[in-house]
Design a protein around this ligand. Structure first.
Ligand code: FES
Length: 170
């Protein structure tokens, strides 16, 4: 093999090695760069999730439903189970209450005999419209925003109810 062929061969291997280096750097660097640029804003907060079939619900009979929501915690995406008390007040009016009492956050339940929600911790009663009927809770039940698509109920992220008149705490 003469000297010019040896030089061409070395040059070919040098270029090949440089090309492979670029390929590896690009293969690792571009996804990492996209992750860093998109990561913090890639999940829109407040998204609605499919939670229940309204066709199977009776009017004015509360039903506890479970659904899953993806939440962003720093760079991590966490799937969390949530629940809501859903009431189909009429064919056109559906509400979904968060499952915590607005006094100190206990889980309340539906009491069919009274047609009310009852919190066992300090005895607050709420109507199925979410209003405080009695007890220490400072405001009505908190509601999730909802959307209806056909017979499906979509639930968004929490909204707080306004303090009830006469029950605002100083
Ligand atoms: S936590 Fe429900 S009444 Fe106190």
């Amino acid at each position: 093999m003469d000297a010019s062929n040896e030089m061409a061969r070395r040059s070919f291997f040098e270029r090949g090695t440089q090309f492979l280096g670029l390929l590896i750097a690009g293969g690792m660097g571009i996804p990492a760069l996209m992750y860093l640029l998109r990561g913090a804003n890639s999940v829109a907060p407040g998204g609605f999730v499919d939670a229940a079939d309204l066709g199977a619900m009776k009017t004015r009979v509360p039903e506890e439903v479970s659904f899953q929501r993806v939440r962003k915690d720093g760079w991590k995406l966490l799937t969390e189970k949530s629940t809501a008390w859903v009431v189909k007040l009429s064919d056109t009016d559906v509400v979904a209450y968060t499952p915590q009492c607005t006094h100190l956050g206990c889980a309340y339940r539906y009491e069919e005999s009274k047609n009310e929600f009852v919190c066992p911790c300090h005895s607050t009663n709420f109507s199925i419209e979410g209003k405080v009927l009695g007890g220490p809770a400072p405001r009505d039940l908190d509601r999730y925003p909802v959307k209806v698509q056909g017979t499906r109920l979509l639930i968004g992220t929490i909204e707080s109810a306004k303090p009830t008149e006469g029950q605002k705490k100083a």
